[in-house]
Design a protein around this ligand. Structure first.
Ligand code: SF4
Length: 171
């Protein structure tokens, strides 16, 4: 049992059975107008896609030890960290997964936000960078976004910024 308050909540079978395994809670979302748009490929390093659209946490039983950033669903719901239609969620709050076509139309705004805000270090670097390569035609790396109080090495929750490795598409 975790000692952190953001990791306390129900864990009985009825609670666990409500999960749809959509993986949305474990993805990063960016705010656009009044929605939080899920970024495909940008998710916790411990999330795996077992089959198209079906996700699983690879450290689920030990997640609150392996992933101190992970929130229990009971806490995550009111904070808007779950899917907007999640069975554990809070009506009117949460992340939205849009169609591929809509994501493409929103991409210029999402790209601007990702470049200025960075992403947390606990995301799956390889999967995110592979998705970025597909979307931009360029190679990227993640490097620490340092502020004066930061250590030169990146902690799990430190923000990372995207830095281009190749300068033109398809280098
Ligand atoms: S550790 Fe938490 S955020 Fe990460 S994949 Fe598992 S349940 Fe999702």
């Amino acid at each position: 049992m975790s000692q952190f308050s953001h990791q306390q909540g129900a864990n009985d079978a009825a609670h666990e059975d409500k999960c749809r395994r959509c993986g949305i809670a474990c993805h990063v979302a960016v705010p656009l107008d009044d929605r939080a748009i899920v970024v495909p490929g940008l998710h916790c390093r411990y999330l795996a896609e077992e089959s198209p659209g079906i996700f699983a946490c690879t450290v689920y039983a030990d997640r609150f030890v392996a992933a101190p950033w992970c929130h229990h669903a009971d806490v995550a719901g009111p904070l808007g960290y779950l899917a907007d239609d999640c069975p554990y969620g809070t009506p009117g709050r949460g992340k939205t997964r849009v169609s591929d076509a809509e994501f493409l139309s929103l991409w210029p705004h999402i790209w601007r936000i990702l470049r200025s805000w960075g992403v947390p270090n606990f995301v799956h670097h390889e999967r995110f960078l592979a998705a970025m390569h597909v979307r931009t035609g360029r190679e990227w790396e993640l490097v620490p976004m340092l502020t004066p109080g930061d250590q030169p090495f990146a902690s799990d929750t430190q923000q990372m910024r995207l830095r281009a490795v190749s300068t033109s598409p398809h280098d």
